[in-house]
Design a protein around this ligand. Structure first.
Ligand SMILES: CC(C)(COP(=O)(O)OP(=O)(O)OC[C@H]1O[C@@H](n2cnc3c(N)ncnc32)[C@H](O)[C@@H]1OP(=O)(O)O)[C@@H](O)C(=O)NCCC(=O)NCCS
Length: 193
């Protein structure tokens, strides 16, 4: 079973919101590679599957805490969002999806969302994870979201480094091999409780 953030709340793929074309953006990595960042579409299933198919077992493990079986239903769930309580952006270059960042609303805290990030192995360590974080934070703030929450394996140094480099007020809950990281999107806010 694939672990997705808060998949249990989904109860099916749900409704698709109106595509927010204004949220698209072109950026460049530090090495000059051009990236197109855009909200995910329901037509991204093949691109997402191809990204996950190419991920190393280590990357899959860091993302899903398991090396998942291919699950087309789950891919459909991941590509169908309402662009409010569930949102994902993809990073594309040369016509391929090489990164994805998403949030899923938490039922009990309207201004908290859980986030997750995936970057293709060959693009890791080139700044794309940090770009995706910053973009997701901008889009989330515009929707009144105040806190990003992430579950991260303790030895996932890259993800932890991306979070640390944001400089945002952060609280960390130690849950054995997993850390729950809470980040306030307002740099002047106190660390989330
Ligand atoms: C975690 C992930 C999204 C980060 O994306 P990324 O594009 O690699 O991130 P960036 O390049 O922006 O930043 C990575 C940082 O980690 C550092 N880093 C790279 N390799 C490292 C290592 N082995 N140990 C410690 N830090 C490392 C980089 O130097 C960089 O820090 P810097 O900007 O200060 O130099 C990506 O690596 C990934 O998809 N991993 C597999 C899936 C995953 O772990 N998802 C997270 C689940 S929430």
């Amino acid at each position: 079973m694939v672990r997705t953030i808060r998949e249990e709340q989904g109860g099916g793929i749900g409704s698709i919101g109106v595509y927010p074309a204004g949220d698209e953006e072109n950026v460049a990595l530090k090495d000059g590679t051009a990236m197109h960042l855009r909200p995910i579409r329901d037509t991204d299933e093949a691109g997402l599957l191809s990204l996950y198919d190419r991920l190393s077992p280590e990357s899959l493990y860091f993302r899903f805490f398991a090396v998942p079986d291919k699950d087309l239903g789950k891919i459909a769930y991941l590509t169908h969002v309402d662009y409010e309580r569930r949102y994902a952006i993809v990073a594309e270059t040369a016509g391929e999806v090489v990164g994805i960042a998403r949030w899923e609303g938490l039922a009990d805290r309207p201004d908290h969302v859980e986030v997750a990030f995936t970057v293709a192995d060959e693009f890791q360590g080139r700044g794309l994870g940090s770009i995706l974080f910053r973009r997701l934070a901008v889009l989330a703030r515009a929707r009144g979201i105040a806190v990003f929450e992430a579950e991260v394996l303790k030895n996932n140094e890259r993800m932890l480094r991306v979070f640390e480099r944001t400089g945002l007020p952060t609280a960390t809950r130690d849950q054995g091999s997993i850390l729950t990281i809470l980040m306030a999107l307002d740099p002047l806010a106190p660390p989330p409780a």
